[in-house]
Design a protein around this ligand. Structure first.
Ligand code: DX5
Ligand code: ZN
Length: 217
């Protein structure tokens, strides 16, 4: 089943527990946690302590997207904080296969992320090991940016690569997704949809999630 994954980067952190319970009640499938270090990306967000506190509040799986340098040093911290999925970027990893296996050896799912300018063909030799491939449809660092339409081509291309070889991984897409474009993203072949501002910025989150879901059926 396709999944809607609200990113708490766009939540009101002064009311984080209410915000999370609200999207959980509104029908979210997974909580997406954006971890930024101010070095790999030009913004700082939050770390494992917040993820661990979020894990106490919600029953939903936690999808941890690491936008940090030296991610291998922090995998255990996020695992201990309750991550169900940990995703690392292709661009700053010399030993991607090693990190993916480090994550999988903990018994959780491992994701590999590519930025908008990174071609999907570079993932050919990691698709057999990854549980998830996350295609960034904005340049990582901030919520509320415009969806880069070139990403649709990348999603279809990745879909064919996965289907042709019967790989078990699913496709997640992150950035600029809302009710106006989620259908196209889904039709291109995505399975998981990260939505930050389109859900947290909406006055009626239940209605928004319902519309998002109707468009990916
Ligand atoms: C961007 C983050 C995204 C972001 C999505 O670096 O990885 O998860 O929060 O936010 P929207 O949906 O507002 O683009
Ligand atoms: Zn993200």
């Amino acid at each position: 089943m396709k999944k809607i994954c609200p990113s708490i980067l766009s939540a009101d952190f002064s009311r984080l527990s209410d915000e999370i319970l609200d999207v959980e009640k509104a029908g979210a499938d997974i909580i997406h946690c954006d971890i930024m270090d101010g070095s790999f990306v030009p913004n700082i967000s939050f770390g494992a302590k917040i993820v661990s506190d979020v894990n106490k509040i919600t029953e939903l799986p936690l999808d941890v997207h690491l936008m940090i340098n030296n991610p291998e040093k922090y995998i255990n911290d996020f695992y201990n904080a309750g991550a169900d999925i940990i995703s690392v970027h292709y661009e700053n990893n010399y030993h991607l296969d090693r990190v993916v296996n480090q994550i999988k050896n903990l018994g959780i799912k491992a994701g590999v992320v590519i930025n908008p300018a990174t071609p999907v063909l570079l993932l050919e030799d990691i698709l057999g090991a990854a549980d998830i491939v996350l295609i960034m449809s904005v340049n990582p660092g901030f919520g509320g940016q415009r969806f880069i339409t070139q990403s649709l081509k990348k999603i279809s291309q990745l879909r064919s690569m996965i289907d042709k070889n019967n790989y078990g991984c699913v496709i997640e897409v992150d950035g600029g997704i809302g009710i106006e474009n989620i259908k196209e993203v889904s039709e291109a072949g995505a399975d998981m949809f990260v939505c930050g501002s389109s859900i947290f910025g909406s006055a009626d989150r239940k209605k928004t999630i319902q519309i998002l879901r109707e468009n990916i059926l």
